[in-house]
Design a protein around this ligand. Structure first.
Ligand SMILES: [Zn+2]
Length: 200
């Protein structure tokens, strides 16, 4: 069975008014999303649903934790997840693009699928830079072995490392268009050598 089918509300049978739903998210939930930066985790999802004649309004509260990779030492660690947000569900015969605030549903659908929304809300609730927290004494909980492998000791060095990695990734993705790429540097060096040889 598709695990995401569990994260759906059969809204058609609901009466006009308020309804409450609870969902539990676990490792298998995150497995359903390919390429997810969250590998493991668990969270409680609480939904307050208000049904009117024309639309549904859902207030979400998500609390739990998610395992992510530390951007600094590359070790996995558990990061707390807190999310609160509102989703409006509207109905349309024609297909319309949903976003994080409004979900369009065909009136023929009997269920309101929430898996994708829950997953994206958890992902978006995590900070852009995911780094091990500090302990009570202010010491980083990063894996010291990993850090020494990268020879990163200070925050400045870490910034340099990040920039360097970003530059390397950019070079890999968009080869030799400017003078910054190692390939064009090599090309320049080669030309220089050739010119020097010609002089001789
Ligand atoms: Zn770390």
């Amino acid at each position: 069975m598709d695990i995401l089918k569990r994260y759906a509300i059969p809204y058609k049978g609901l009466s006009i008014g308020n309804h409450h739903f609870e969902f539990e998210v676990d490792d298998r939930f995150f497995d359903a999303f390919e390429g997810s930066e969250i590998h493991r985790g668990h969270a409680s999802v609480s939904v307050e649903l208000v049904k009117t004649e024309r639309l549904l309004t859902l207030d979400f509260t998500i609390d739990g934790e998610a395992e992510v990779t530390c951007d600094r030492c590359l070790d996995e660690f558990m990061m707390p997840v807190h999310y609160a947000g509102t989703l409006q569900v509207r109905f349309s015969e024609t297909e319309k693009e949903s976003d994080g605030e409004v979900m369009w549903l065909s009136p023929n659908e009997t269920e309101l699928p929430l898996g994708q929304y829950i997953y994206e809300s958890i992902s978006l609730s995590l900070p852009y830079r995911k780094i091990h927290p500090e302990d009570a004494e202010g010491h980083s909980l990063c894996n010291p072995e990993m850090l020494s492998r990268f020879r990163i000791v200070s925050e400045e060095e870490f910034e340099q490392f990040v920039q360097q990695t970003a530059a390397e990734a950019a070079t890999e993705n968009a080869p030799a268009q400017d003078g910054d790429s190692p390939w064009s540097e090599l090309e320049t060096l080669k030309k220089k050598l050739e010119q020097e040889q010609q002089k001789k």
